[in-house]
Ligand binder design. Structure first.
Ligand code: ADP
Ligand code: MG
Length: 254
């Protein structure tokens, strides 16, 4: 079956003053894939994401989301995407249930807060305030809230940065569940293990340019075919496996 393009980015450029942060990048995202923008800090990942999310103006280039042109119809794009808020975006006086009810009102959606919280392992936190949550819980809550307007695409900007290994793996599972329900996921990360685990395809971004765009498997195969060998003997486990084995998979934060 022909895969449908749900995002088309062509020759995207972003200048901040005389500094060019995004230097003419082009890529497509297919419907229902997990697509990654990988790159070191400062590569231009967040800038690219925020332009597609309609939160930042571009300098030039075209962006089409689900057939809508960003230049002509940003309002239609806003309706079909889910964007993670920064922590400052949550009213401090409201608990998680009240925040979900608020978003339901804003988006004119009927969502059961209890069910939504339960599907993100937050059922015990229904009466807690956002600032009282652990790092992993905050991330889970902000991903949950991206789903309230039943978006076709969600954008996650470094969702696991700063989390412990258990919370990271838990979040990976949740992201896969979101995709399994039909949502397209665009994620940025600078963790390559995360990209290898989650992404169907990824673009490697360096200094505002895409230097590779493939599935993690083909990127690795090409490197190996070129004669690359790891310096260290490859063991059957790594230190993170040891850590998870010793401390368990269960979340510790709750
Ligand atoms: P990433 O998310 O990959 O870390 P960003 O998109 O945040 O990268 O930033 C790309 C580059 O653009 C960086 O060099 C950053 O300092 C610069 N930059 C980002 N936002 C602004 C801004 N509002 N004004 C000026 N420079 C910015
Ligand atoms: Mg960033």
């Amino acid at each position: 079956m022909e895969k449908r393009k749900i995002i088309e980015v062509k020759d995207l450029v972003k200048q901040y003053g005389d500094f060019t942060a995004v230097k003419g990048i082009s890529f497509d995202v297919y419907e229902n894939e997990i697509f990654g923008l990988l790159g070191p800090n400062g590569a231009g990942k967040s800038t690219t994401l925020e332009i597609i999310e309609t939160l930042r103006d571009k300098t030039s280039g075209t962006v089409i989301v689900d057939g809508y042109d960003l230049d002509k119809d940003p309002e239609s794009i806003k309706k079909l995407i889910g964007v993670q808020l920064q922590s400052s975006g949550y009213y401090p006086g409201l608990n998680l249930t009240e925040l979900i009810e608020l978003f339901c009102g804003l988006y004119n959606q009927e969502v059961n807060p209890k069910e939504l919280l339960a599907s993100f392992n937050l059922e015990d936190k229904a009466k807690a305030k956002y600032k009282e949550l652990s790092g992993g819980q905050k991330q889970r809550f902000s991903i949950a809230t991206t789903l309230i307007n039943k978006p076709k695409i969600i954008f996650l900007d470094e969702p696991t940065t700063g989390l412990d290994p258990q919370a990271r793996r838990n979040l990976w599972d949740l992201i896969q569940e979101v995709r399994a329900k039909g949502t397209t996921v665009v994620i940025t990360t600078h963790y390559m293990d995360e990209a290898e685990f989650l992404c169907d395809r990824c673009a490697i971004v360096d200094s505002g340019r895409i230097i590779a765009l493939e599935s993690p498997d083909s990127l690795i195969d090409q490197l190996v075919a070129g004669g690359f060998e790891r310096k260290k003997e490859v063991k059957k486990a790594n230190l993170e496996d040891v850590f998870i084995h010793m401390t368990g998979k269960g979340l510790r934060e709750d």
